[in-house]
Design a protein around this ligand. Structure first.
Ligand SMILES: [Zn+2]
Length: 455
């Protein structure tokens, strides 16, 4: 008899996957999916580079074998073999010598967490770089440094894994996670290992509803999958994004964009019944792939059950999000909650309740001020997933602009809620962004043909 708890099995899988250098494409993803495939049957898909997926293109495939920096005495001081976080993810190849001052343009640290290596990426702007602790950075001597990155960035494909468990009813629940971070435990591998063992358990059961598990690279993988499966999206009635599930923090539920979908009600019931404290947060249009699944042209009812949310723990996107940050009891607790949610969904007579068809009203009462002109509305001209802001110069504009009002989050709020039903005032209230700033951002997005005023 297998006496290991699911938490222990999850921890062991995290341990096995931890050393692999993953990215949004490449052999690290394939290796990860092959390991998962030993536990659950997985369909592995490859989508070629340059394929159009909504507003995006699948990028070139990145692979890396080795990378290091040698100091003026020839000593290897930064070594990819010791931590894959040392390399800016998606770094182009390089083999050169350069002065410390020039090298510094390619070195990244976290002055506020001086002992940790940051995790950074440059997927859509070709660059190379190294990440290191700020303590190490501040001790570098003047002189010539040797830098070497043995990587390739060429046409290939984007890889993802999918498992479909058919039930008696073809209405589906989507359970999704991302497999694109290198050595990162809570933010990545905890969600992966949870969905692997949840699927394994559900494989043994006679299911009422159908379940679709996705192991995809974040953002571009979600956009690619949605673009390739658009015709079948109407079968997906509810879903969850699994991430950040192994730290010791309380369970946190990020509600679906709808706020009162069946999945929201069920997760809240499970959390209420558990004897431990929990937090509930409203949907916001950043974070993980819920932002793609909730874009106005997709509009799936997708929540996310986490423990401490991404960005809210100090270890986030640093070398401190490692195995010692994982707690197998907490992984086990997260697993139990997910399983209870599934069992509760299985008991429902239907997955699409009448009441959650047109259900923005519950928010409207909460967020709309009465007596204010709510007439100013927009529609997104690119409603299926997020538009790629970078290729429109909207990132550069943000960086180069003195007026920092027009930042990314303001754009995300407008793009996510501009479905013709929600006024600028509603979006301002719900996002806590000043009306004037949103209006300015909306004008910019209109200029860029991403929004259109309808009133
Ligand atoms: Zn992340």
């Amino acid at each position: 008899m297998d006496v290991k708890s699911n938490g222990t099995k999850m921890y062991n899988l995290i341990e096995e996957l931890y050393p692999i250098c993953r990215s949004i494409t490449g052999n690290g993803v394939r290796e990860t999916l092959e390991i998962i495939k030993k536990i659950i049957p997985l369909d592995i898909h490859e989508l070629p580079s340059n394929t159009d997926v909504f507003d995006w293109k699948i990028p070139k495939e990145w692979n890396i074998r080795d990378a290091y920096v040698k100091d003026p005495s020839g000593k290897k001081i930064i070594d990819f073999q010791k931590s894959n976080l040392h390399v800016l993810n998606y770094s182009t190849p390089i083999n050169t010598k350069l002065s410390l001052s020039k090298l510094k343009n390619h070195l990244f640290t976290l002055p506020n967490f001086p002992e940790e290596i940051p995790y950074l990426t440059s997927y859509y702007k070709e660059n190379w770089g190294f990440c290191l602790s700020h303590n190490q950075f501040s001790q570098l001597d003047e002189g010539m440094y040797e830098v070497f990155i043995d990587s390739t960035l060429e046409d290939g494909s984007l890889t993802y894994g999918e498992l479909f468990l058919p039930g008696k009813n073809e209405d589906e629940i989507l359970l999704t996670t991302y497999i694109c971070h290198p050595s990162m435990c809570n933010d990545n591998l905890s969600g992966t290992s949870l969905l692997v063992y949840l699927a394994k358990k559900m494989l043994e059961e006679d299911l009422q509803y159908s379940y679709r598990f996705l192991f995809i690279p974040e953002t571009i993988g979600a956009i690619s999958w949605l673009s390739k499966n658009e015709k079948n999206l109407s079968k997906i009635k509810q879903g969850l994004v699994a991430t950040c599930l192994g730290d010791k923090g309380n369970s946190t539920y990020k509600k679906s964009k709808f706020g009162n979908a069946l999945i929201d009600k069920i997760v809240l019931e499970v959390l209420k019944k558990s004897s431990s404290p929990y937090n509930v947060i409203d949907f916001f249009p950043s974070g993980s792939d819920e932002r793609q699944f909730s874009s106005p042209g997709i509009n799936l009812k997708i929540g996310s059950l986490m423990r401490t949310p991404y960005g809210q723990f100090d270890e986030y996107h640093t070398s401190a999000d490692n195995l010692s940050f994982m707690d197998s009891n907490c992984l086990d607790d997260s697993f139990k909650k997910y399983y209870q949610i599934i069992m509760s969904l299985e008991k429902q007579n239907s997955l699409s309740e009448e009441s959650d068809e047109i259900n923005f009203d519950s928010f409207s009462n909460e967020y709309n001020d009465s007596g204010i002109d709510n007439s100013k509305k927009y529609i997104s001209l690119n409603p299926k997933c997020e538009p790629q802001l970078g290729k429109r110069g909207l990132y550069r504009m943000i960086g180069g602009q003195k007026d920092s009002d027009l930042d990314q989050m303001n754009m995300f709020w407008l793009l996510c809620f501009s479905d013709g039903n929600h006024s600028l005032k509603y979006i301002a209230n719900r996002s806590n962004i000043e009306f004037g700033i949103l209006e300015k951002t909306a004008n910019l997005l209109c200029e860029k043909n991403l929004l259109q005023s309808i009133s």
